[in-house]
Design a protein around this ligand. Structure first.
Ligand SMILES: Cc1cc2nc3c(=O)[nH]c(=O)nc-3n(C[C@H](O)[C@H](O)[C@H](O)COP(=O)(O)OP(=O)(O)OC[C@H]3O[C@@H](n4cnc5c(N)ncnc54)[C@H](O)[C@@H]3O)c2cc1C
Length: 385
């Protein structure tokens, strides 16, 4: 992807921020396990959140490719912090496309400035892959919806100021055609939240959100009743490409450090850079990351041009996290016993990128999407036993 001058300027800004402000405390932040809201506001002040959203809401109105550049650069310094701009871009776009102007005005500028964090509640204890089968109960009571049930595995569960919630307004067997999406303020009475003890990405505070007779004004609905799923889920084609770029940025950090190490570490009297057994796996990593990076930016460019891109984003959503994991693993080994210590960040990066082999859709589901794009719905129709 050849970046223009504006994109290069934003890349340099994000790169400086990632290296100076994020990288030095990446592991300390994760050990503390708390999202640093002051840091998020700093990113908002710099224009690094929701840069692709319109200027009238406080964004920069730049193309999605530029949002990808920001995600990649920030992830180089702190993979987990880079989840914030990705969330703002995804959820901000959903709100602008589906919320009333008043609701969009209430939330989007505060997300872009870094004052408000928003989560999205799709997954339930009974499953995440078969999302159209979700069950969160929702009944109408005058000018309100009333929610009861549990959403689980929700990013920012314990820190979000609001959630986009998907609930069943149709009959139990209505599938995707019976789901309504709405925005629910986190301080609404009847909401309780928990936090999981995760393998990585602890600062995003994944957990469950419980709803007990939670009353949500009708005007908080996103799109039409029963049409929340098909309408809103289209946004995921965007975030999946951004996630792949987060993974690329994170793995590139390990690769750069590994290359440097090969020139300073000596064995048998020579730098280990002289052994092709050391350098070739790193070259393979560079090659795979370059391929994922280019396909991710290509997918974002296709989206911006209004051309089909669902298969491309599904490809990079499974290939990106997996490639990043494999590359970081190889880098960790390059450092020998030092790599196996928590003093170095490779183990942290490994655990962090692994989460996105699951979050936002697993590899199995991404491959189903690609197959469906190639041969149609026959690829996803099952005979139930
Ligand atoms: C870090 C992280 C962040 C997350 N953030 C959010 C969030 O903010 N909001 C939210 O709603 N959810 C979130 N999730 C949940 C995530 O979207 C789900 O975990 C995911 O969709 C898979 O659902 P599941 O865990 O219920 O697995 P299941 O659906 O039970 O699947 C179990 C396994 O079976 C495989 N599988 C299932 N069906 C098929 C099939 N048809 N073909 C092939 N393989 C199949 C899956 O790939 C998986 O390996 C997050 C998860 C993680 C790890």
């Amino acid at each position: 992807m050849i970046l223009n001058e504006d994109q290069l300027a934003i890349r340099d800004l994000a790169r400086r921020f990632a290296r100076d402000r994020l990288a030095p405390d990446y592991q300390a932040r994760e050990a503390a396990g708390v999202m640093d809201r002051k840091l998020i506001r700093e990113m908002g002040d710099l224009g690094l959140l929701g840069a692709d959203l319109p200027e009238k809401f406080g964004g920069l109105g730049v193309p999605g490719v530029t949002a990808g550049v920001i995600a990649e650069e920030l992830a180089f310094g702190d993979f987990n912090i880079s989840a914030v701009p990705v969330g703002v871009s995804l959820l901000g776009a959903i709100l602008m496309g589906s919320a009333t102007p008043a609701i969009a005005e209430q939330w989007v500028p505060r997300m872009i400035s870094g004052e408000a964090l928003m989560g999205i509640c799709v997954t339930e204890p009974s499953g995440g892959s078969d999302a159209a089968n979700l069950k969160l109960r929702c009944r109408r009571a005058g000018e309100f919806y009333v929610l009861n049930g549990e959403k689980t595995s929700i990013t920012f569960a314990d820190s979000a100021d609001a959630f986009i919630v998907f609930a069943r307004t149709g009959s139990p067997d209505s599938g995707a055609a019976g789901i309504t999406a709405m925005i629910v303020s986190a301080d609404t009475p009847g909401i309780a939240r928990t936090r999981f003890d995760d393998v990585g990405s602890r600062i995003i505070g994944r957990g469950s959100v419980f709803f007990e007779d939670v009353r949500v004004p009708i005007e908080n609905r996103l799109g039409a009743e029963n049409q929340g799923f098909t309408h809103v889920m289209r946004g995921f084609d965007y975030s999946r490409a951004l996630i792949a770029l987060q993974c690329v940025g994170c793995a590139q950090a390990s690769l750069d450090e590994a290359w440097e190490y090969t020139t300073t570490r000596t064995t048998f009297g020579v730098p280990i850079a002289q052994y092709q057994g050391v350098t070739f796996p790193l070259v393979e990593g560079e090659s795979l990351l370059a391929a994922v990076r280019q396909l991710s930016y290509h997918a974002l460019a296709l989206r911006y041009a209004g051309q089909p891109h669902t298969a491309e984003v599904a490809m990079v959503k499974w290939l990106g996290p997996k490639t990043a994991f494999d590359v970081i693993h190889q880098c960790l080994l390059t450092f020998g016993h030092y790599g196996w210590s928590k003093d170095l960040p490779h183990q942290q990066r490994l655990r962090d990128v692994m989460g996105l082999e699951i979050g936002d859709g697993t590899a199995g589901i991404m491959k189903l999407i690609v197959a469906r794009e190639r041969v149609g719905r026959v690829a996803v129709q099952y005979t139930k036993r």
